[in-house]
Design a protein around this ligand. Structure first.
Ligand code: RB5
Length: 150
C-alpha cells in the first residue's frame, strides 16, 4: 500500500503528525511537500498528490491546507479522484464506506493533531460498502467521462 501526502504551510504541522501515524501503521508514503513553513500556493501541492492518485501511481492520498477547502477544489479536478474534506470521524467513515474517497482532505487550522489522527485512522480502518454506493460512483464516473470528451 503506497500513499501520497502533501500540504501547504497551513497544513504542515498536521501533515507531520499524520506521517507519524502512517509510519506507526507501516504504511509507505511519498511526501510531496511542502517541507517548511514558508508561504506556498496550495494548488501546487494538491496537484502533486492528486496526479499520483489519478494516474494510479499511489493507492490513496492525504492533503492538508489551512481549511482543506482549497486542496479539495484542486484534487477534485483530476479524473478518478474522489477527494473528501472531512472534519470528524463520522464523516471519515462515510467518506470510505459510501464515497470510497481516495483522497482525504483535512484543515490544519480546523483540527488539532488528535482529531486529525483519529480521522485518518477511522478512514484507514473503514471499507467501501459497494452495492448502491458503487452505482452512484459509476454515475459520477460517467459524468466525468462525458465532460472529459468535450
Ligand atoms: C493559506 O493561507 C490558505 O488559504 C490555505 O491553506 C487554504 O486554507 C486554502 O483553502
Amino acid at each position: 500500500m503506497l500513499f501520497a501526502i502533501g500540504s501547504d504551510h497551513g497544513g504542515l504541522e498536521l501533515k507531520n503528525a499524520i506521517k507519524k501515524l502512517l509510519e506507526e501503521r507501516g504504511i509507505s508514503y511519498v511526501d510531496c511537500g511542502t517541507d517548511n513553513g514558508d508561504s506556498v500556493d496550495y494548488p501546487d501541492y494538491g496537484e502533486k498528490v492528486a496526479r499520483k492518485v489519478s494516474g494510479g501511481e499511489v493507492e490513496s492520498g492525504i492533503l492538508v491546507c489551512g481549511t482543506g477547502i482549497g486542496m479539495s477544489i484542486v484534487a477534485n479536478k483530476f479524473p478518478h479522484v474522489r477527494a473528501a474534506l472531512v472534519t470528524d470521524t463520522f464523516m471519515a467513515r462515510m467518506a470510505k464506506e459510501h464515497n470510497n474517497a481516495n483522497i482525504l482532505v483535512l484543515g490544519g487550522r480546523v483540527l488539532n493533531e488528535q482529531q486529525a489522527c483519529d480521522i485518518v485512522a477511522t478512514w484507514l480502518d473503514a471499507s467501501f460498502e459497494g452495492g448502491r454506493h458503487q452505482w452512484r460512483l459509476d454515475k459520477i464516473a460517467a459524468i466525468e467521462k462525458q465532460l472529459c470528451q468535450q
